[in-house]
Design a protein around this ligand. Structure first.
Ligand code: PLP
Length: 450
């Protein structure tokens, strides 16, 4: 049941079909190049794109911009302590800044380290690799099965984890990460039981256990729904229990911090805190602001408390689930069960006439914009060259932003696209940027003639 109403609104409009076609050409068939005002329903990402509450806007005005020891920082500290259970907090400009601070600190001393994670998010993978370490994914086998009806497809595989450590030796594994929810595995949740086991294993091999907590509140909601032990617990109790197994967490405020930018590292280990602080000063700023304005720290402090309120998070996750059902009802090949922040479409199934080399996911993304002004993102062979990932298209849902009518429009758009799918041509890369891992942000494409 919806738990908010609109107090401020932003106009959106659907450009004409001719304009949409022209916009696509000008963007070189890469929707990252579209101006946002040419997009009708923007499902590119849920990162920093949500609406803040009136309480957050009010907190923004009370922001304290002192360089050191601001009241806004104290408010953030007490929110992180109450909501997540950590005493020491180091703010950062966003999640990847926090990753740089924490992973730079933890991995600096181990050459050729190996770092297991249920699945590394892109920036996590890049930061681990940037420290000279090897990121290894240990998802459960069901994670990449779009039809497996399992409750916790985001879990870490303990078998895989053990195999990695047996292979390289415990000394080479100073750090184990778990990402909740598992963003790169369709936003699937992780059970508290799995977190507990991974923690025990990390202890056994004397590794630091870090939780990437970007979507910790959405994860707690799934635990509440699906893990028997926690059916009577509150979201806040579950969040504290699950995060409590970590030695440290990294957080992007742009997700369950309910703000437009920001992030932090948090820990209860005073030594780790001291070591992280030095690196934070170097890269982010003095450790009581870390690259954030005081007003943004203040808004994030309020956002964290709102994220774990039952009404907010139930509405959030159920909205994404309803969106998934609307799409399934028009016959779209959706990844099930729906995750916490997005609905994923299987483009290989939607456009079976296109080979992976013709980028079916990107072709589908372009078709959705052409047909309905909808912007999604390709997460298949265009975004991840040289991997055998499924050809997924992600439709991410910004928090507290769109309503049922918007999602009905998207479902109608998908329906029309699927009905005429045979006419959709593949794409090829016209301009290839220097870093292949980041090509989907800036590469230009063109249609291949059938
Ligand atoms: C978004 C995200 C990050 C990085 O956060 P940014 O704020 O985008 O820098 C790290 N891990 C996960 C799981 C994320 O979803």
């Amino acid at each position: 049941m919806v738990s908010y109403k609109s107090k401020s609104v932003e106009r959106i409009s659907l450009p004409s079909r001719e304009e949409r076609e022209r916009n696509l050409q000008q963007a070189q068939y890469n929707v990252f190049n579209l101006p946002a005002d040419a997009v009708f329903i923007d499902l590119l990402t849920d990162s920093g794109t949500g609406a803040m509450s009136d309480e957050q806007w009010a907190a923004l005005l009370r922001g304290d911009e002192a360089y050191a020891g601001s009241q806004s920082f104290e408010r953030l500290e007490s929110a992180v302590s109450d909501v997540m259970g950590f005493e020491h907090v180091i703010p950062a400009h966003q999640g990847r800044g926090a990753e740089n601070v924490l992973y730079g600190t933890l991995l600096g001393d181990t050459p050729d380290a190996v770092v297991p994670n249920n699945t590394h998010f892109d920036t996590t993978r890049a930061h681990v690799a940037n420290q000279g370490a090897a990121p290894v994914d240990c998802p459960v086998p069901d994670a990449h099965d779009p039809d497996a009806d399992e409750p916790f497809k985001g879990n870490t595989s303990l078998e895989e984890l053990r195999a990695v450590v047996d292979d390289v030796g415990a000394d080479q594994v100073p750090l184990v990460i778990q990402t909740i929810t598992n963003n790169s595995a369709a936003g699937q949740p992780v059970s508290v039981d799995n977190t507990r086991r991974v923690r025990e294993f990390a202890e056994e091999i004397d590794a630091t256990f870090v939780i990437d907590a970007c979507r910790f509140a959405e994860n707690a909601y799934f635990v509440h729904q699906r893990e028997d032990e926690f059916s009577d617990a509150t979201i806040e109790e579950i969040a504290r229990e699950q995060l409590g197994y970590a030695d440290a967490i990294v957080m992007s405020g742009k997700k369950d911090g309910l703000v437009n930018t920001g992030g932090f590292v948090a820990t209860n280990d005073p030594d780790l805190f001291d070591r992280c602080k030095q690196r934070a000063i170097l890269y982010e700023g003095f450790p009581t602001y870390g690259g954030m304005a005081g007003r943004d720290l203040a808004a994030m402090a309020v956002g964290l408390r709102e994220a774990v309120t039952e009404t907010y998070v139930a509405d959030r996750v159920e909205q994404v689930r309803t969106f998934g059902s609307l799409l399934a009802d028009v016959g779209a090949p959706v990844y099930t069960p729906t995750g916490g922040h997005a609905v994923y479409l299987d483009a290989a199934e939607a456009l079976p006439h296109l080979e992976a080399t013709a980028f079916p996911g990107q072709a589908l993304v372009c078709a959705l914009y052409r047909e309905g002004g909808v912007r999604g993102v390709e997460l298949g062979s265009f975004a991840f060259p040289d991997t055998d990932r499924p050809e997924l298209v992600r439709l991410a849902v910004p928090r507290r932003t769109y309503h049922r009518e918007h999602f009905e429009h998207v479902a109608e758009t998908v329906k029309t696209v699927l009905e005429n799918s045979g006419a959709i041509s593949g794409l090829e890369i016209a301009t290839d940027p220097a870093i292949p891992e980041l090509r989907h942000f800036t590469a230009g494409l063109e249609p291949v003639s059938p």
